[in-house]
Write a protein that binds this ligand. Structure first.
Ligand code: BES
Ligand code: ZN
Length: 886
C-alpha cells in the first residue's frame, strides 16, 4: 500500500511557515480543457527565518507554465519543480514577488477537488488541500492572505463570474467573445476558503439589512430551470443572518453574499468567504420535489455554512488538527439555530439519535480518534462524526458548565481576542477560562481522549433517613491509540422525579459539586448523597443528553415506565422509552439466536400508546417516541458476536407486537392531528406528517394486508414526504404493491435527479440478503453514474451504511461488492471512495463468519495496486494497522 510512502503528520510537530504570503493576485482564464492560472504572490520572511531559507510551496499534479521572481526568470538550478512541489532554493532576504503560471484541465478533473466543471459550470473546492491543485502555494490554514481575483471566460459559456469578497469591476474584452470580472476580498484568509465560479447560471436575488444598517446583496445561483426551488434557501439564509446577530452578536462583513448550487459535489456544502458553494441537494426544495427532511436539511446547511463566516473564516484554524474548532462549534451553532426555528426537544432528540447512530460506533471502532486528533495521514478522512458531532457536544457541555450567559461571554471574548487569527483549541478554551474564572484543564480532555465514556450509577433510597445515594463510576474504553484514560469532567443534568411527576426539592448534597440542576462528575468514582427527600424519587439523569456518554444505571423497569409517563424533560421521556426498547430488543435478539420466540412486556406498547394518544404533546415528539432504536444501535448495545439478521427479526417482532396493540389508537390520534391539505414546510405540519407515517409503519407491521391502504396513500399523496414514506414502507416490507409503485415513482421523477436519488436509496435500504442483487442491477441502470457523488451515496453508501442485513449478508458478497466499487471509484474520486470505505468501521463486532469475510475483502482491497492515500489510510486503520498485502 502507498501508506508506506505517505508520511504521518503530527500535531506535536507544528511549526509556522518560514514565509508569509500577504497578498495573492490571481488571474484565471476559464477554458473547458485548457484553463490557465497566473498567481502573483507577495512573500516575506517571517521573524526568525534566516536569510536564504528555501521557500517550499505545495502543489498537487500541477503543470508549471511560467515562473518569475521579482519580475525576472528563475534559473534552472535556483529552483526545483515537480507536479507536487515548487522549491526556490535561496529566495531574496527582502519581501519579494513570485509569479507562477499553471495550466489546468477542469473538464478532466473527476476528483472534484481544485477547479472542476460540473454540468458545464466551473467551480472550485479547496478545503482541505485543493488549492494546491490550482497553483503552487503554502496550502495550509495558518497562511492568511488578501486575495484579488480576476476571472475571464467566454461570455456565452460563463456569463456569470463569481469570486470571494466584493465585486470591483467587470467588462467585455474588446475584440473578443470573452469578458472578465474582478473580485477583491479584504479579509485575510487561508487558501482553503478561496473559490471561483463561472457558468451560465440563473439566480434569485434579495437583500439583507444588518443590525448596524448596512445593506447586503444576497444571491443564490443555480442551473437554469431550477430557480423556483431556491426560495426556501433564501429565506433560511436571511433567518440565519438575523439569528446570528441576535443570539451571538455576529454581523455579516461584506457587501455581497453569494451561494452557488452545483450538481456534482463531494460534500454537502462549503463556506468559501462570501461565496458558499453547495451541493444542490441542500439548496433546491419546493413542495413538489422536497420532503420535510429535505427542508430541514436545507435550513440547517445554509445556516451552518453562513455561521462559518465567523466561526471558521474570521477566526480560522491554525492547523487541520484544530478542525473541530470551526466544525464542532459551527455544528453546535446550527443545531441551536434549528432548535430555535423549530422545536427544541424534537431537534435535540434527532441530534442525539444521529450521534448514537454515527458517532458512537465510530468512537467504539478501529477508526476512533479524539475530537482533536494528534496524527493523520490524510486530513480528508478526518471530517468525521467525531470531529463534527462530538465536537458540537463538547461545545454544548461547555455551555452547560458555564451557563448560557457564561458561554456567551467566553465566545464574545474569543471573537474579540482572535478575530483575524488562525487559532487553536487552547486559544478557544482560554477565552472561556479567562472570562469565567473556571479551570478547564480537566475539561480539555474531551478534545484529547477518544472513546465514549461509560458512566455507571447505582441509586439507593433510604426511606428512614430520607436520603438518596448515587454512586458513580466513569471509565473510557480502550481505543486504537492504546492510551491510558483519565477521568473526565462530565456534566449530568438531572432531576429527582417525585410520585406526582414533579421534580422533588432536596436539602443538603454531599459528595461533590451539584449546581443548578447539574451534577459535576470529575473523579473516577464518586458518591453523592441527597438529603431531605420526603418521598422516594425516580432519578432522571442525563437530561437533554447533557454529555456524550453511555449511561448504565440500575433503574427498575417500573422506574423507567414511570419516567416515560412523567419525566418533565421531554428528552428523558423519549430516552426512557428507548432504553426499555433497547433492553427488550437485546433480549429478543438473544432468544431468536437460540431458536426461541421472543416475548415483550405489554406495558411498552401501552406506554407508547398513551404518548401517541396525548394531544398535549407535539406530534413530532410523538412520532419520535414511536420510532424504535435502529438496528445499528441495537448492534452497538450488544457489542460483539453481532448477528444483524437476528437483530432485524427482533426489531420487526417488536414492531409487530406494538403495532398490533396500538396501531388503531395511533391512527385515531393521526386523524385528530391531520396536517392541512396544502403543503407548508413548517415544523408543526412536518410533525403531523411524521406521526402519520409512524402510524402507517405500525399498521403495516401489525398486518401485511395494510399494504393495500398504503399503496392508496402512495397514489393519493399530496406531498413528496407522504409519497416517499409510503413507497419506503411498500418496498421495505416487500409488499406485492412495491414494484408498481417503484415504476410509477420512476416515471414521475425521472427528470429530477435529487428525487430520483430517493428512489435509489429506498431500494438500497430494503432489508434482506436479496437486496444486494437489486443494488448490483441498479449500478447498471441508465440513470446510475459513478461520476455523480449524490448518486453513489444514494445507492452505494445507503446500502453499506443503512442496510445492516443487506450489506452484512452472511456469505460476505455485500463486502466484496463494496470493495469492488471502492477500487473502481478510487481511480477517479478518492475522497468519495474513502467515504464508502468507512462502511467497514464496525466489522470487528460481527459474528465470526461475517467478520472473517469482511476482513478478507478489506485485505484484498488493501493489496490492490495504486490505492489512493485516502482509501489506503481508511483500510489500514480499519484493519488495525495490520500489514495487508495478503
Ligand atoms: N467545511 C465543510 C465542507 C468540507 C468538508 C470541505 C470536508 C472539505 C472537506 C462544511 O462547512 C461542512 O461542514 N459541510 C457539511 C455539512 C454541514 C451542515 C455539517 C458537509 O459537507 O457534509
Ligand atoms: Zn462546516
Amino acid at each position: 500500500m502507498r501508506t508506506e510512502t505517505s508520511p504521518v503528520v503530527r500535531l506535536s510537530e507544528y511549526r509556522p511557515t518560514e514565509y508569509a504570503i500577504d497578498n495573492v493576485d490571481l488571474d484565471i482564464r476559464l477554458v473547458p480543457e485548457a484553463s490557465s492560472v497566473k498567481a502573483r504572490l507577495s512573500l516575506s520572511r517571517r521573524d526568525g527565518t534566516a536569510e536564504g531559507t528555501p521557500l517550499i510551496l505545495d502543489g498537487d499534479g500541477l503543470a508549471l507554465k511560467g515562473l518569475l521572481l521579482n519580475g525576472m526568470g528563475v534559473a534552472d538550478d535556483a529552483c526545483t519543480v515537480t507536479p507536487d512541489r515548487l522549491t526556490i532554493h535561496a529566495p531574496p532576504a527582502d519581501p519579494f514577488v513570485l509569479e507562477i503560471a499553471t495550466a489546468l484541465n477542469p473538464s478532466a478533473n473527476k476528483a472534484l477537488m481544485g477547479l472542476y466543471r460540473s454540468n458545464g459550470v466551473y467551480t472550485t473546492q479547496c478545503e482541505a488541500e485543493g488549492f494546491r491543485r490550482i497553483t503552487y502555494f503554502s496550502d495550509r490554514p495558518d497562511v492568511l492572505s488578501v486575495y484579488t481575483t480576476r476571472i475571464e471566460a467566454r461570455k456565452s459559456e460563463a456569463p456569470i463570474l463569481l469570486g470571494n469578497g466584493n465585486p470591483v469591476l467587470a467588462g467585455d474584452i474588446a475584440g473578443t467573445d470573452r469578458h472578465f470580472a474582478l473580485w477583491h476580498d479584504p479579509h485575510p484568509k487561508p487558501s482553503y476558503l478561496f473559490a471561483v465560479v463561472g457558468g451560465d447560471l440563473d439566480a434569485v436575488h434579495d437583500t439583507f439589512t444588518t443590525a448596524s444598517g448596512r445593506v447586503v446583496k444576497l444571491a443564490i445561483y443555480c442551473e437554469h430551470g431550477k430557480k423556483d426551488r431556491c426560495a426556501y434557501a433564501m429565506d433560511a439564509l436571511k433567518r440565519s443572518m438575523r439569528w446570528d446577530e441576535e443570539r451571538f452578536g455576529r454581523e455579516y462583513d461584506l457587501d455581497v453574499f453569494n451561494i452557488v448550487a452545483v450538481s456534482d459535489f463531494n460534500m454537502g456544502a462549503m463556506e468559501n468567504k462570501g461565496l458558499n458553494v453547495f451541493n444542490d441537494k441542500y439548496v433546491l426544495v419546493d413542495p413538489q420535489t422536497g420532503t420535510d427532511q429535505d427542508y430541514a436539511h436545507v435550513e440547517a446547511v445554509i445556516a451552518h455554512e453562513y455561521f462559518h463566516n465567523w466561526t471558521g473564516n474570521r477566526i480560522t484554524c491554525r492547523d487541520w488538527f484544530q478542525l473541530c474548532l470551526k466544525e464542532g462549534l459551527t455544528v453546535f451553532r446550527d443545531q441551536e439555530f434549528s432548535a430555535d426555528q423549530r422545536s427544541r426537544p424534537v431537534k435535540r432528540i434527532a441530534d442525539v439519535a444521529a450521534l448514537r447512530q454515527h458517532q458512537f460506533p465510530e468512537d467504539a471502532g478501529p477508526l476512533a480518534h479524539p475530537v482533536r486528533p494528534e496524527t493523520y495521514r490524510e486530513i480528508n478522512n478526518f471530517y468525521t462524526a467525531t470531529v463534527y458531532e462530538k465536537g458540537a457536544e463538547v461545545c454544548r457541555m461547555l455551555q452547560t458548565i458555564l451557563g448560557e450567559e457564561g458561554f456567551r461571554d467566553g465566545l464574545d471574548l474569543y471573537f474579540r481576542r482572535h478575530d483575524g487569527d488562525a487559532a487553536t483549541i487552547e486559544d478557544f478554551l482560554a477565552c472561556f477560562a479567562d472570562s469565567s474564572g473556571a479551570d478547564l484543564r480537566q475539561f480539555a480532555l474531551w478534545y484529547e481522549q477518544a472513546g465514549t465514556p461509560i458512566v455507571s450509577v447505582r441509586h439507593d433510597f433510604d426511606a428512614d433517613r430520607q436520603t438518596l445515594t448515587m454512586t458513580f463510576q466513569q471509565s473510557v474504553p480502550e481505543t486504537p491509540d492504546g492510551k491510558a484514560k483519565k477521568p473526565m469532567h462530565i456534566p449530568l443534568r438531572f432531576g429527582l422525579v417525585g410520585p406526582d411527576g414533579q421534580d422533588l426539592r432536596y436539602g443538603h448534597v454531599s459528595g461533590g459539586r451539584v449546581e443548578k440542576g447539574v451534577i459535576h462528575l470529575t473523579d473516577a468514582a464518586a458518591t453523592f448523597t441527597f438529603s431531605g427527600l420526603t418521598a422516594r424519587p425516580v432519578p432522571s439523569l442525563l437530561r437533554g443528553f447533557s454529555a456524550p456518554v453511555r449511561l448504565e444505571d440500575n433503574l427498575s423497569i417500573d422506574d423507567r415506565f414511570f419516567l416515560v409517563s412523567h419525566d418533565p424533560d421531554p428528552f428523558s421521556r423519549w430516552e426512557a422509552a428507548q432504553q426499555i426498547a433497547l433492553t427488550m430488543l437485546q433480549d429478543a435478539t438473544a432468544k431468536l439466536r437460540q431458536g426461541e420466540r421472543p416475548t415483550f412486556d405489554p406495558r411498552f406498547a401501552e406506554a407508547l400508546g398513551r404518548l401517541a394518544d396525548n394531544d398535549g404533546l407535539d406530534p413530532a415528539f410523538r412520532a419520535l417516541a414511536l420510532t424504535l432504536p435502529g438496528e445499528t444501535e441495537v448492534a452497538q448495545a450488544i457489542g460483539d458476536d453481532v448477528d444483524p439478521d437476528a437483530i432485524h427479526a427482533a426489531r420487526r417482532a417488536l414492531l409487530t407486537e406494538t403495532g398490533s396493540a396500538i396501531a388503531t389508537l395511533v391512527g385515531e390520534a393521526v386523524d385528530r392531528n391531520a396536517p392541512p391539505a396544502t403543503f407548508r414546510p413548517e415544523a408543526e405540519d412536518a410533525g403531523r406528517r411524521a406521526l402519520r407515517h409512524a402510524a402507517w409503519a405500525l399498521s403495516l407491521a401489525a398486518d401485511k394486508a395494510a399494504a393495500g391502504r398504503i399503496a392508496e396513500f402512495y397514489e393519493q399523496a399530496e406531498t413528496l414526504t407522504d409519497r416517499v414514506a409510503a413507497l419506503r414502507l411498500l418496498v421495505h416490507y416487500r409488499s406485492g404493491e412495491a414494484e408498481r409503485a417503484l415504476a410509477n415513482f420512476y416515471d414521475r421523477y425521472r427528470d429530477n435527479p435529487l428525487v430520483l436519488d430517493k428512489w435509489f436509496a429506498i431500494q438500497a435500504t430494503a432489508p434482506g440478503a436479496q437486496t444486494l442483487e437489486r443494488v448490483e442491477a441498479l449500478t447498471a441502470h441508465p440513470a446510475f453514474s459513478m461520476a455523480t457523488p449524490n448518486r453513489v451515496y444514494a445507492l452505494i453508501r445507503s446500502f453499506a451504511a443503512a442496510n445492516p442485513t443487506g450489506f452484512n449478508r452472511a456469505d460476505g458478497a455485500g463486502y466484496r461488492f463494496l470493495t469492488g466499487v471502492i477500487a473502481t471509484l478510487d481511480k477517479d474520486n478518492p475522497s468519495v471512495a474513502a467515504r464508502l470505505a468507512t462502511g467497514f468501521g464496525s466489522f470487528a463486532m460481527l459474528e465470526e463468519r461475517r467478520r472473517t469475510a469482511a476482513q478478507a475483502a478489506l485485505k484484498a482491497l488493501g493489496a490492490s495496486a495504486n490505492l489512493s492515500r485516502d482509501v489506503a489510510d481508511i483500510v489500514e486503520r480499519t484493519l488495525g494497522g495490520e500489514v495487508s498485502n495478503a
